[in-house]
Unconditional design. Structure first.
Length: 254
């Protein structure tokens, strides 16, 4: 059975509100990002916007102690990358991953974009397929009784079909009262296996994939940044979803 504590209707409504705040912030961020900006400039803008919208940057709290408001991962970087003085260039592939706390409840979402131009070729395939795998995972949720393996199998089928590398060591998770809660939600699996999800559970589904190997490395200097071991390009898409009676409600989309 699910290992999440039961949330009150008010807490779920608060996550809906916070999810809309997060979704709008990320939509505005996508428009804001331009070539020539540094990651640190973007991080500072995000920090100001989180505060202006009545929320708290979860990454900066004692729960996480991350050295930034948002994770900004470029090209071969997959996730949890620390904002630096790197200047974004036309054609860079950038993943933005953000968790906010709104009225004590947390929501989590991520997207990947190409800086200054439309994605094309293999990069377009990487972004479109990774995002499609996220929605396949969400569509696999048929309400209470769905298992995490059902979600993982659906994500894996799309990524494998697209011949992408699956970041198997990096998983989705429960979210709400805390940033990381049970259960883990892998991006691979077998139908009918894994943790049973119950109505009212809230989870973050977040496929991460590459154009090359599935092997990853962590930056030994900052201790946060995960990159592809072979230097291949990576993408990351994520939504926070609520398990409903007959499916799932995406909380972090407009």
């Amino acid at each position: 059975m699910s290992s999440q504590p039961r949330k009150t209707p008010q807490q779920i409504n608060t996550m809906r509100e916070g999810g809309r705040v997060l979704a709008q912030l990320l939509a505005d961020l996508k428009v804001y990002v331009r070539p020539g900006m540094t990651e640190r400039e973007i991080d500072e803008w995000v920090g100001r916007e989180i505060t202006a919208r009545g929320a708290i940057a979860t990454y900066k709290t004692s729960e996480v102690n991350f050295p930034g408001n948002i994770c900004i991962s470029v090209n071969e970087q997959i996730v949890h990358s620390v904002p630096s003085d790197y200047t974004l260039e036309v054609g860079d592939i950038v993943s933005f991953d953000l968790v906010i706390e709104y009225k004590k409840m947390k929501t989590d979402a991520a997207f990947t974009m190409v800086v200054g131009e439309e994605p094309r070729g293999a990069v377009k395939h990487l972004l479109q397929t990774t995002e499609r795998s996220l929605y396949a995972g969400i569509d696999a949720i048929k309400g209470g009784g769905t298992r995490t393996g059902d979600i993982g199998a659906a994500v894996e089928e799309v990524l494998k079909g697209g011949k992408l590398g699956i970041m198997r060591e990096l998983v989705g998770h429960g979210v709400g009262l805390e940033m990381h809660m049970p259960p883990e939600v892998p991006n691979y699996g077998r139908k009918g296996t894994g943790t049973v999800l119950e109505v009212g559970d809230t989870i973050a589904i977040e496929p991460m994939a590459s154009l090359g190997s599935e092997k990853i490395v962590i930056d030994q200097e900052d201790g946060w940044t995960y990159s592809t071991r072979d230097g291949s390009l990576a993408a990351h898409f994520e939504h926070t979803v609520l398990i409903t009676e007959d499916g799932a409600e995406i909380l972090t989309q407009l």
